[in-house]
Design a protein around this ligand. Sequence first.
Ligand code: SAM
Ligand code: SF4
Length: 329
Amino acid sequence: MLIDKHGRIVDYLRIAVTDKCNLRCFYCMPEEGIDFVKKKELLDYEEILRLVDLLAKLGVSKIRITGGEPFLRKEIMGLFRKLTRIKGIQKIAITTNGTLTHKYLDELIDLGITSFNLSIDSINEERFNQITRRDYFAQVMGCYREMLLRNVDLKLNCVVMKGRNIDDIIPMVALGKNNNVAIRFIEEMPFNGKGAHFENLEWNHHKILNHITSAYPMISKLKDPQGSTSFNYKVNGFMGNFGIIPAYTRSFCGSCNRLRLTPNGTIKTCLYDDGVFNIRDLMRAGATDEQLVTTIKEAIGHKAKDGFEAERQRKLNPNISESMASIGG
Ligand code: SAM
Ligand code: SF4
């Protein structure tokens, strides 16, 4: 088992398979893009599978494939097919922007992959296009409908941004009235690839919840699943539910069970750290499985208590300036 020095069991691996994206959500990536990882620096599929296999033997049972946009990575279905065969991996989830996803849905479901986080920051076309700086609203909403039709385990990720999509919060909660969908409102974080920071986040989780309860006073608190980053609620009588992720306030770190792998093979033990070590380099230098396991265990042993400690301990890049596309969310 992988246990950190705070007694937390790490059993969830998030893999960003690419940092490339066909959208330019302004809170994530600058218009001109970022310094994308070169092909030869990307972890290849064999390397990813070797690591997942090793980690599964150490108790990792859930993985999430994210990016960048995962469906931009060539032959991604080949990776999914092989991941589903790894012993010990009980759940594979995907975070996607929904622009290219729908044509893979049936095969994914056949493979047993039925958990999707679909990012939709606005259900108003104009606002959606302003936020993403592209014109894919119809495709993304089409993907949403296809997912509903297939009754997958569906969460919508919505980053809440002052001056951008506040008017979407209530209509998005309302999507849960007759649909089996979970809307997740996420506090904006400074991972925008530009180093743009905000001293105080006005639309924090308290304000989001107050805003929702002013429209829907009759809500019930749901039991949050183990390791959940969201505080979850249900509007009484609604089929779906909603949650709020205090990603900037970081009040969920006490139960963190995550490990992250970036497109170039950097291992992160916290979203807010600046990378603990590069496992691709170790693998390409010929490290044995035992050596990889020792290094991973050591890194997890030192996992920061919370996102604030991880941020304080950043060495290479003390001020957060990376894009979330190179971390995976
Ligand atoms: N491209 C896919 C997508 O958008 O769903 C997967 C990668 S994206 C980096 C993963 C998640 O991170 C998305 O839900 C996105 O909204 C969220 N995200 C990106 N930048 C963020 C930021 N600065 N603050 C909060 N969430 C962010
Ligand atoms: Fe692309 Fe996702 Fe970042 Fe938007 S949030 S730019 S879709 S990686």
